[in-house]
Design a binder for this molecule. Sequence first.
Ligand SMILES: *Cc1c(COP(=O)(O)O)cnc(C)c1O
Length: 379
Amino acid sequence: MKFNTKTIHGGQEHDPAYGSVMPPIYQTSTYAQSTPGGHKGYEYSRTHNPTRNALENAFASIENGNYGLAFGSGLAAIDAVIKLLQPGDEVISTNDLYGGSYRLFTKIYEDFGIKFHFIGMENASKIEDYINDNTKLIWVETPTNPMMNIIDIKTTAEIAKRRQVILAVDNTFATPYLQQPLDLGADIVMHSATKYIGGHSDLVMGALVVKDKDLADRLYFIQNASGAVCGPQDSFLALRGIKTLHVRMQRHCENGRAVAEYLANHPKIEKVYWPGFENHPNHDIAKSQMRDFGGMVSFVTKGNNYDEAIKIVENLKIFTLAESLGGVESLAGHPASMTHASIPKVEREKTGVVDSLIRLSVGIEDEADLIADLKQAIG
Ligand SMILES: *Cc1c(COP(=O)(O)O)cnc(C)c1O
């Protein structure tokens, strides 16, 4: 089955009771048993729920994995991965990282005795310098947030395999429409399904997908034991979102390109971060591992003035000033004061998150309206 068919049919069966084409929302916590243990595969909804299972099968299908797991948020999914580790273990992570992931790693898990190294991974061979006997996990985000750095998944996976380290890829920005990390050798793919997978800014959810049975069993154990599952209503919404993922992504990419090119030619703009530009430092890797370049675009204004950046995001009318990304509507964010406010200024500036950086999640509205909106807001 090709990707554009998998989004609609992958892992899905019509409901056995009445043949409903969409899975019913099984809004139940428990299931009747005829005799103790005599049930139809479902006992309690933290452990299994038919609507969530349908979604988990869809996740597995679109990421070319064998097992999918759905969580109450992206961070809950990341949390489950870190729970594979023990005190004393070490993790090598992308330095230009989603702020919430950085906070989880440094403010929660460092206290449990896990050590994190945050490094630039644009040159994947650098990862090897940080691997030692305690290294158990490599955590990669690509494209990175919000600097749009590209990390070579295949080369990273080869290093991870050779050194027997688990490689997890946060695929939130790219989605499986653009890249499928498991096919490139990653062990775990993670999503904030809140973003493109859900696609309509109406839910908060996380996902993990793996190929390996043993790894899946360990993660299912953690999912059930820690309990950060999503509910049946949200599972239904995410399933509905997945069905249009490919058509939405196609338009996100088209509009993203138009916006990136408009900004790159604007006299007041200093720099535009978008992996589709030939002068992007890892454009060749982006081209080889991604089908297109996505709808996320960041830019910096000339003079790098904080107040001017604030004024631009306030002036926007079609782009909504809001956290998050990946919905059908265009959003604008100011990382220094919003998503990355939890990262100390010196740390964030090292990775390029300067005062005037603006990040756009380009939606699927008409391209001409989006360009006109940027034009009136930037001046
Ligand atoms: C939003 C996001 C997360 C966290 O997901 P939540 O659903 O908000 O918990 C993790 N990684 C990336 C890249 C994100 O954009």
